[in-house]
Ligand binder design. Sequence first.
Ligand SMILES: Nc1ncnc2c1ncn2[C@@H]1O[C@H](COP(=O)(O)OP(=O)(O)OP(=O)(O)O)[C@@H](O)[C@H]1O
Length: 918
Amino acid sequence: MLSEVSKEIKYYLKHCQILKRILRETNSSLNDINNLLQLGTDIKRELSIYDELEALSQKVERTPNLIIFGQSCHAKAVLVNMLLQQKILPYFSSQWRHITFKYGQAKSVHLMLGEEIEIVENLNVHEEPNWETIPEEDIQRNDKENLLDHCPSIEVMLKHKLLKENVKIIVPPDCHRDQLVEVLERIGEKVLPVIIYALSEDTLSDFNIQEIRKLKDIYLVPFLFVSVNKIELPALNTESLTEPKKHSLESNGEENVNQLHSLKEQLTRLGYISNDSDSDLSVTSEQTDELLRKKPFCLECSLDNALMSDKTINEDFILFIREILRSSKLKMALSLSELHNSCLRKFILCAFDMAREIQITPKRILYAQDVEMKMFTSLMTIASEQQEEITSIIQRTLQDMKSNVAEVLEGYNSSALVSPKVATMEIQQLVLKTLAASVAIQIVQSVGCLQESFTGTLERCLENLEKSCRELEGNLSASDAVKQIIHAAYNIDLKTPTSFSIVHTFMDRLRKLLGSFSSPWSSTGQFNCTLQWQLQVVTNMIDSLSASKLAKTISAQFQEHVKSSHAAFQCAMRSLENQLSDQLEQTEEQRIAIRKKHAPRFARLALESTSLCDLIKWGMPKQIREIGRGQYGVVSSCEPWGKISPCAFKSVVPPDDKHWNDLAMEFYYTRTIPEHPRIVKLRGSVIDYKYGGGSSPAVLLLMNRMTKDLYCGLKSGLTWLKRLRIAIDVIEGIRYLHSQGLVHRDIKLKNVLLDDEDRAKLTDFGFCIPEAMMSGSIVGTPVHMAPELLSGRYDSSVDVYAFGILFWYICAGQVKLPSQFDQFQNKEQLWNSVRKGIRPECLTHFNEACWNLMEQCWSAEPSERPLLGNVQPQLEQIYKSVKYGLNQGKFPYSPGSVKSYASQDMCYNYTFMNFREY
Ligand SMILES: Nc1ncnc2c1ncn2[C@@H]1O[C@H](COP(=O)(O)OP(=O)(O)OP(=O)(O)O)[C@@H](O)[C@H]1O
């Protein structure tokens, strides 16, 4: 029985090897992606998986160690001796040192300091060449030894099968309560603890209870209580232990039962075992799943158990070990698969974002250039062609200003100390500013394209482009240049040299005016800037301005501003465009690398880790018989697997890396399709690494077993009503896939499976792909392939075309190739003719509505094919009219055709009878 334990451990280590390899490949894939992106970003950190990967790498290195605790040294000794089937530990001693049992060719005992250093000291055991039991004195700690500080431990080497595969049995030292936590923590480091607690007394002491609590808190794993029999003097006859049949420990049976009973009560009360714990230790995969979901790090309680007697110890012990190891590797595999799937999701999204950026950026650039050009042209037109309008705007404005001179001066506060020249200049500037502002407002209003929302979109578009540009070159950005253009219209500036001559003329006139004026000087000789004087200055200024000259000046100045800003914009845009196009080239390269290399590589890792989870949970499916063969794999029925019954699996042997990656991407998409009644859901997968002698592993894809495919269904005969129902089912299935953003690309008779009630589900998502990830691969089954598929530019409407052909077979009620297609020797001839418009013929019994529908579906022009959302109600209408006999003679048969089909399908007669009736 104990060799079973070794087997379990071997199995565990085998899965750990697979996990280690997947982890190594994950790390190397992530490093490759880092190199590709070259952005100085660490993808592991970016995807926040760094810590998880680190933690998993450490966990997977741990070997299972049996750690023996117990109520007393005596209990531990009985248990260890029982496991090792020899009386190696003394029954009657206390204050034990730390003891480790390891595998070794020769039986030996060493005193160690840590794991590496052996203390050369003569142990008593060394005195006795044929020793059987380690002397008490060697195991006992002396008073000077401090457990937490370089305390020697005992290492025992044994050639025992339980210790193979680097498994150790560890017996922690007896310790004081204060040292308990630290001692326990040290032991649990770097090992996968399989904790067994030996019980030999009727009740647990306070210390025992405390110790058990700490064990639970620290190790977070379930552990096993083993009730051992107390050994009374005389000591156990070890010979009896070595014989498997006689290895039960002699003791008073009745006493043992009582002891167990009271212990069980106490443990149940404390919540360490459940009430029905003795009934079944084995936890089903489903229960473990449930537990993992509820308590991802801790499976205690349900797995805790007390072994009742030495008669059952081995079976229960193996079950316990199996569950501990299983849950441990399952947790690791689940975490890894979760990491892979989340990375893959992110890569796919990243590829989508890149594709969008590649598509949108040139459009954005064109948009910005277009809008700016429109704005520029409008402004230049206003400036050059609408001078008259500007003149009249200025005249109107000057008129308004004149009638409201006081308003112009609003806010003007001249200091008493300024000279008349300065005051005049100030007022003059004020007049020009007011004039400029009102002219600007009028101009802006007359330029529709300068409306806030319009320029706002342009600015946002430019800011977006500039943001996506990693290094902006040049002094002026395009968005700044645009702002300047707009600025030119809003802030017509009449202070600049262009308006200087007007101002000059004005100043001359002002000087003359000042001479004729009543003196603005006070008696003290100080200039007195009275309001009246100010009003006078304003009025004179307004009178002196020529609207037409100003219009010219404004126009010239405005054109100058707009032109230079436009030139700056174009320059900035050119440099932006150059940089973005370099960047987009790089992005495209990265996108292709992600789509073609990195995402598939991660998909393969995800397929491996997810399959490992399924293998750990449900094991290998057991084949019953082969039920079908396709181009890429063999489908077999199998015994119930997981929760699936009846169950089937498709085994695929990918011949090379490319096929592996393709299969993995398909697997990822297919597995993420949510459950739907019209889809054969992929339930799981396992990889048979031993297949082909280990050189070419097989991937087994598990799904619900269906009764037959539509090809067989049509061959064996289906009523017209059933066939119509199937057509509706197929449409529902395709619509569902399309709603998930997926295109099936291989709708055909053999990919429609029927259940016992002849309801249909779609299967075989080998070519199924998100529309956005399609890259124009030519895939499908020749007669069902839409003509545009061959050009590589197609969309989800290829499924509508394929449905049209499928519907032809459904209406025909047989699987014979349409005669129109039957004449061709090969698929090239077929495709040539399909491109020229050749389609299946209208059989004489086809009803008009059905024929119309299939004709629409297989239209050469994809845009002319109907939406499936419209096809479904039409089919439902036909179905209803057939079901309730309302089709008024529009059945799919002409009386003459019945004869030939009746032999193939009796159901035609039934339909025909209805036809005759109506
Ligand atoms: N879940 C299933 N239950 C019952 N039979 C199935 C199931 N899946 C597939 N089959 C049967 O196995 C046959 C082979 O299926 P498979 O998907 O491998 O190939 P195919 O669709 O016929 O061809 P290809 O590989 O070219 O797509 C199907 O035609 C069908 O009859």
